[in-house]
Design a protein around this ligand. Structure first.
Ligand code: ZN
Ligand code: ZN
Length: 231
């Protein structure tokens, strides 16, 4: 008997028209739960991969485009799920309650999505947590996602970034670009000469990934793309 990773009900393994349409994770999540996960399809913001009514740049990306220093830091982001209430619940359990097994829920989706990159070579750089956070949470979700990407893409992981313990958020009359630069929590700790795929669990405003990308680019990295579970 198999049990759903999300609701823990036993999974009815008979094939119905639904299992034909949702084959990706039918082995470990029940149909009811799968239906509540909102997958991002083909109609997206071409830059950040957010689900859109039509394929145009989203508001967040238009904002990033305004700043010369940040417009071209990340070539593109791709994500798997929209952040709806179901995904919020799943992430709370994974991140804050340490339900490590939930990674099995993501694995088949990651395996499928990563084919988007299968003609390129790159180093996989997970977004680090601070040491204090990592201790609190027992594991770094971004690193777990990065491990799965490495397995499916056969590309290497490079832990090229570290994270400062705390960054003070000073209010001042600096420009947006200056403020962003001053508050960058990452620093570079390993040279990466290849293209990079930055990995995080969620893309919210894009600030974290842009901070990380700016450090990588400043250190000579040629091209940065990013991948998150959720957008
Ligand atoms: Zn379920
Ligand atoms: Zn966008």
């Amino acid at each position: 008997m198999k049990y759903c990773l999300i609701c823990h009900q036993s999974i009815n393994e008979t094939v119905t028209w639904k299992t034909i349409f949702y084959p990706a994770s039918m082995s470990n999540v029940c149909i009811t739960c799968q239906e509540q996960l909102e997958l991002i399809g083909d109609v997206i913001c071409p830059k950040c991969g957010r689900k859109m009514p039509e394929s145009t740049l989203c508001q967040d990306c238009l904002k990033w485009q305004e700043s010369k220093a940040y417009a071209k830091l990340i070539r593109s982001n791709r994500s798997i799920f929209t952040y709806n209430s179901m995904m919020q619940e799943v992430m709370t359990r994974w991140k804050y309650r340490g339900d490590y097994q939930l990674k099995q829920l993501f694995a088949p989706y990651i395996q499928k999505k990563i084919k988007h990159y299968n003609k390129s070579t790159f180093s996989i750089v997970p977004i680090p947590l601070t040491k204090a956070r990592q201790y609190e949470r027992a594991f770094n979700q971004a690193a777990v996602i990065a491990d799965m990407i490495a397995e499916y893409s056969k590309q290497p992981i490079m832990e090229a970034l570290s994270r400062k313990e705390a960054v003070s958020e000073k209010q001042s009359k600096r420009t947006r670009a200056e403020r962003i630069a001053a508050n960058n929590p990452f620093f570079f700790c390993k040279t990466v000469k290849t293209n990079v795929l930055l990995v995080d669990d969620i893309y919210t405003t894009g600030m974290t990934l842009h901070h990380a990308a700016s450090q990588l680019k400043a250190a000579g990295c040629h091209q940065v793309d990013s991948f998150t579970l959720i957008r």
